[in-house]
Design a protein around this ligand. Structure first.
Ligand SMILES: Cc1cc2nc3c(=O)[nH]c(=O)nc-3n(C[C@H](O)[C@H](O)[C@H](O)COP(=O)(O)OP(=O)(O)OC[C@H]3O[C@@H](n4cnc5c(N)ncnc54)[C@H](O)[C@@H]3O)c2cc1C
Length: 384
């Protein structure tokens, strides 16, 4: 949607396909980071974005065992918005779609699913799709596969992913929020358990981290045991864990960390989750997808206002975004392997490691994780 917006803004004809009838799917990420808001600011869209219901988080804290430790402080970032905005992803997408529709070059086809690539000689020249009125072919100078972590178009191109593995899966659930609840709580790390709570104004979006493939074991222990576990981790939730009435209220996110070796071929470019699924560590997936879109537009706009993009242009997009993707995944994998795996295996109440203790004691140090999470390794800026 962001790339569609940026290309249409430059007068380049864009058709965005969305297989669903709306963007209203629950249990998707909702952290919009300072890097993304900086892009919105550069586009003159930040005030409009922030006028939508959201909550703002300026510092991140984690409860490790019984100790509450401050970990990141976004208030010193050199960006317009010095906080993480929590906004349901469908609101953000609706907002971007509304903005993009202002441009005559933009078309959004809802309920239209890309089913395959169309080739001519060695190049991709369009997609086949299935819409409300049946099958259609859409020809294009460039197809951008931004169809998520289970990308149909990436698979149709025969691209192979490099899988980096993950030691955990995540169970997502929501519980109501009461006025008397403690202020923003983010993570609670305890013996064998990691529980994250995201403030969505009138409810808590919660992530219960389990060992990879451990969902059957959780189910086997029963829903009552699961409810009690949550109540033990956060006693103030005890009065509402009954809101989980069946396992349908608890969705499994199978965590994957992977990336493509090559993001393109003539006429086709993969970006976002289609090119690299990120670990949930740091909640950076949306923001990296947006950064890919901005980097792609910075390369494609000057080229495509004159003619088709070349393979060198597509390679330039990958070169620009591969390094920040790799660096982010390296940090995520280090945290997964050194912290999360150990916690999930442990039976004793964990003690904060030295590095985390230092963050708690020296406020200035908290600016570093804020920078990595909030801005990423290579923040992109609107160039055209
Ligand atoms: C449970 C969960 C929680 C997450 N939490 C966070 C978080 O807190 N913060 C964060 O930054 N990231 C989070 N993420 C990751 C984040 O959602 C993704 O990294 C980000 O959405 C990737 O954006 P994208 O545009 O590449 O792909 P997606 O957001 O997956 O978008 C792909 C779109 O393409 C559509 N589509 C798929 N196939 C087709 C097709 N064949 N034809 C037409 N349309 C198609 C889909 O319906 C979808 O709307 C989370 C992910 C999950 C699953």
């Amino acid at each position: 949607m962001m790339l569609g917006f940026l290309l249409a803004r430059a007068g380049i004809d864009v058709v965005v396909l969305e297989k669903h009838g709306d963007f209203l799917r629950d249990f998707r990420g909702d952290t919009v980071h300072p890097s993304t808001m900086q892009v919105l600011h550069e586009l003159g869209l930040l005030d409009g974005f922030l006028a939508r219901p959201h909550s703002e988080v300026r510092t991140l804290a984690a409860k490790i065992g019984e100790e509450l430790i401050q970990i990141a402080d976004f208030s010193h970032l050199p960006t317009q918005a010095k906080f993480v905005a929590f906004m349901p992803q469908w609101d953000f997408l609706d907002f971007l779609a509304d903005q993009a529709k202002r441009f005559p070059a933009f078309r959004l086809l809802m309920e239209t699913e890309a089913t395959d690539l169309i080739h001519a000689d060695d190049a991709v020249v369009g997609v086949t799709a299935r819409g409300p009125d049946g099958a259609l072919d859409i020809r294009a100078e460039l197809v951008v596969a931004c169809d998520g972590r289970h990308s149909t178009l990436r698979d149709a191109a025969g691209f192979q992913m490099i899988d980096r593995g993950a030691p955990m899966d995540v169970l997502w659930l929501r519980l109501s929020k009461h006025a008397s609840d403690p202020a923003q709580i983010l993570g609670h790390v305890d013996a064998g358990r990691i529980f994250i709570m995201l403030d969505r104004n009138d409810y808590w979006q919660c992530a219960f981290v389990i060992p990879k493939g451990g969902v059957d074991e959780v189910h086997a222990r029963g829903l009552e045991a699961f409810r009690s576990e949550i109540a033990r981790l956060e006693p103030f939730l005890r009065d509402r864990v009954h809101e989980l009435t069946s396992w349908d209220d608890v969705k499994l996110l199978s965590v994957a960390v992977n990336r493509l070796d090559t993001w393109y071929r003539p006429g086709l470019l993969c970006i976002g989750d289609a090119a690299h699924a990120m670990s949930p560590v740091g909640g950076v997936g949306i923001n990296l997808a947006i950064q890919d879109a901005v980097a792609a537009a910075n390369v494609l706009v000057p080229r495509m206002t004159r003619g088709p993009a070349t393979v060198e242009d597509l390679r330039a997009v990958q070169r620009r975004r591969e390094w920040p993707t790799l660096m982010t995944q390296r940090v995520q994998i280090a945290i997964q392997n050194r912290v999360i795996s150990n916690v999930l295996r442990s039976t004793a109440t964990p003690k904060p490691p030295l590095a985390i203790r230092m963050l708690g004691q020296f406020p200035t140090l908290r600016r570093l994780p804020a920078r990595i999470i909030g801005m990423g390794f290579r923040p992109e800026h609107i160039r055209h």
